[in-house]
Write a protein that binds this ligand. Sequence first.
Ligand SMILES: [Zn+2]
Length: 350
Amino acid sequence: MKVGTAEADPGETATGYRTVTDLPVGGSERLPVTVLNGSDTGPTVWVTGTIHGDEPTGTEVIHDVTDRVDVDELAGTVVCLPVMNPAGFRTASRTSYYHGDDPNRYFGRAAADSAARPRVQQVICERVYDDISATADALMPLHTSWVATHPYTIQPRVPYGGNRSVSDAAVLRDRLVELAEAFGLPVVNQFPPSEIEAGNLQHSLTGAAVADGIPAFTPELGGRLVVERDVAAAAVDGVWNVLHALEMVDRPADRHPEFALDDDGRLRRFDGPHADVAGIVRYRVAEGEFVEAGDVVADVVDPHGAVKTDVAVERDGYVLSRREGAAVYENDVLLDMAVPDDTPLLMESE
Ligand SMILES: [Zn+2]
């Protein structure tokens, strides 16, 4: 197994770099790679981190995973890309600084998608994705969310139509539901189909992989910028338990019920409520709490602290994140929530 300069025979571990583009004043942009090639045959799983450069938790989790895996006890291969966005990582920012693009919206775009030449970030994504899609039997892109976030896993919706029958899509759905559950954090389904398209989420790494038939899901490992050690430790166990579900390792790791939400019904992502007026937000709730439709979750106050309005939620659900900052403009989103999902996980593609 060879990715970039990291080449490992069965029973070997190798580290190296995958060069993705040249830099203007010399040198190259290179992604660090670790290949853990098990002494037994089995699936190939890719684990990627920090495609958003302000999300260092994925990097640390991958370092701990590579420490824990013993290739003599591994069936199959784990390929790790701990820093997917080196430019963003250097500056602790979400995007890469080449042109300020979000790298996680550039996967699986057809060449015919645009008449214009792709910008360098898209070229980088295409190069890396060629490597991933050539061998991946499963994929875990590790992320974090807003600073104040309860950890969870985004479970993507699975498209059918075009080259994929409904029954093939159902097989893929069942596989990824099994793996997302094995990871062990609360599972929250992706936005409904119309919002996926509006947000270009079909071009996230997870969205592109699932469209190509690779089971993938997106753990959101707490807040960005600082590694939350307890969440990172749960994620290392989570990656391990996915390897166990794929029969690549013998014994399972610990589960982490401390992050469970009370309701185990189907949940999906929901952004809301919104601020009706500009002002300074004061939250009455925190991440992980359950709220009911009509509950007041925040006040918007004026610069002297007098309440201008209160803000109620329109849906029952869990608070996943409070948005960062206190200054709000009219129509700003205040919370990321998990609300009951009545939309099927299978969705018709165009
Ligand atoms: Zn992210």
